[in-house]
Write a protein that binds this ligand. Structure first.
Ligand code: HAM
Length: 466
């Protein structure tokens, strides 16, 4: 062990809040896990190593996502993890662009690791738009990369279920997606008491801003400021709204939007065409959610605008109810993005649901399944003479679908049985010379200790001794 590495590492873990890489499916930081390891074998801050239990949990989440996406008629796609930088600088918005992993590749191209899937998706759809039957329902589970400060719920890589519908502007498409998002979480055991979908519409807020005299070119800045309302001071938000062109009265009224109901907005701003239109669409959306039987999951939240630049209409986020975690899911309507990236005029709506906050929530609520895929059969040889038979039997049992293992070198029966217990095996199949003279083996159920003599042929034929 080289001391130089150790001391550098110890300094790194204690001095900088940034050095918190590792087991981010766990709700707690475990900096000590990294202290004793040499520097060059540590993973980067914010990048997870998936030990088998953690990978089993990831697979459990992905399986639920895939299952739900299929029940909604979505088909899976994927795109490149490395993209031209320009794909994001043009449309994603300031915040994501500031978090890009970007570099110049060996061919001199400006590239970035994908921080989100939507621009790749929009480009892929746009380039085959004419050939694809509408509406298009596609989903994907990409790994994404953002240079954020690692903290609870936010890492530098995460996986995200993306579900998007292209080719339908009706609010039913929005409702269908929100229902799919809720179901992707219900499939993992979450209920309305745990999660809430907050919904709003940028067209509505835009209409209100118009009435308040905020210039068109300031709208995106207002959305970006409102998106940070919970993270920044009121003074900071007021300042940004002022820069966006809102006067003092407008700023007060914009800040008052946070707790406005649809009824209040309708009464105050409903005679503006854009506002009335947006309220009508939201009412249809909520009616569809009621028809799905999901009304207890959704609420209107005029303060929600979302940070990404390309949203043009409905926006929504799914949160844990108490608000102690970051958002689990975010999405919305982006009717202009396919036009901007591929020149096709197609409305689109979609969401991204991250695995990091979700896994933390499942862990907090003790909704994690037993994901350990343990061995079922452990073959025990009394002596090396039984080895060829043990290998033959292992193959037969595996072919029948059993999960089988055995000692890879000669050891006493006691040690082998201990290993079988440690592996969590259901049964030990003990090959001993006495029983083999009768063409039989001993099958021991490890939990109860119950043993029986079983004919080898019946194991060979059925693969199953019970
Ligand atoms: P987003 O709000 O940036 O939206 O991300 C969606 C979700 O991904 C978040 O709610 C969060 O759960 C997760 N997430 C984002 N960044 C991180 C991070 N650094 N660490 C862990 N989890 C994270 C989008 O990305 C949009 N492209 C979604 C979309 C699809 N809109 C339309 N279609």
């Amino acid at each position: 062990m080289r001391l130089g590495h150790l001391s550098r590492l110890a300094l790194g873990t204690t001095a900088s809040p940034d050095r918190t890489g590792g087991a981010f499916f766990l709700p707690r930081f475990e900096p000590n896990r990294y202290i004793a390891r040499p520097m060059e074998s540590s993973s980067l801050p914010g990048f997870r190593e998936f030990y088998p239990d953690e990978l089993a949990l990831r697979n459990h989440i992905f399986a639920a996502w895939r299952e739900v996406a299929a029940t909604y008629g979505f088909v899976e796609y994927d795109g490149p993890p490395l993209e031209p930088l320009e794909l994001y600088t043009r449309k994603s918005g300031e915040e994501i662009v500031g978090q890009l992993y970007q570099f110049t590749d060996r061919g001199g191209r400006e590239v970035a690791l994908r921080p989100e899937m939507t621009p790749s998706f929009a480009r892929m759809i746009a380039s085959r738009a004419a050939a694809l039957p509408k509406p298009i329902r596609w989903f994907s589970i990409p790994q994404l990369f953002r240079y954020e400060r690692p903290q609870r719920g936010r890492l530098r890589e995460h996986f995200q279920l993306n579900m998007d519908i292209v080719g339908e502007a009706d609010p039913l498409a929005d409702a269908e997606l929100v229902a799919a998002g809720v179901d992707a979480l219900r499939a993992l055991g979450l209920r309305a008491e745990h999660i809430v979908v907050r919904v709003s519409d940028r067209r509505l807020i835009s209409g209100v801003l118009g009435t308040l005299g905020v210039p068109d070119e300031g709208r995106l800045q207002v959305f970006a400021a409102l998106d940070k309302m919970h993270r920044e001071s009121e003074e900071w938000v007021r300042d940004r709204l002022g820069v966006a062109g809102a006067d003092a009265n407008a700023i007060d009224r914009i800040l008052g939007l946070a707790d406005a109901t649809l009824e209040r907005l309708s009464a105050e701003y409903g005679d503006t065409h854009d506002v009335a239109d947006a309220i009508g669409r939201l009412e249809r959306f909520f009616a569809h959610m009621r028809a799905f039987g999901l009304e207890e999951f959704v609420v209107f939240d005029a303060g929600l605008v979302r940070g990404l630049a390309y949203y043009t209409g409905t926006v929504f986020e799914i949160w844990e109810r108490s608000g102690r975690l970051r958002a689990i899911c975010g999405g919305g309507r982006y009717d202009d993005l396919l036009g901007a990236l591929g020149g096709v005029d197609l409305p689109a709506v979609g969401f991204g649901m991250g695995d990091v906050v979700l896994a933390e929530l499942l862990r907090d609520l003790e909704l994690l399944p037993d994901v350990s895929a343990t061995v079922q059969d452990y073959i025990v040889c009394v002596s090396e003479a039984e080895r060829p038979l043990a290998l033959e039997l292992a193959m037969i049992l595996r072919e029948s679908g059993r999960r089988v293992t055995y000692d890879l070198r000669e050891r006493g029966v006691g040690r082998q049985l201990k290993a079988a217990n440690q592996a969590g095996a259901e049964r030990a199949i003990i090959l001993g010379p006495d029983e083999l003279t009768r063409n039989a083996v001993i099958v021991r159920l490890l939990e109860s200790g119950q043993e029986s003599e079983v004919q080898l042929d019946s194991l060979r034929v059925s693969g199953n001794a019970q």
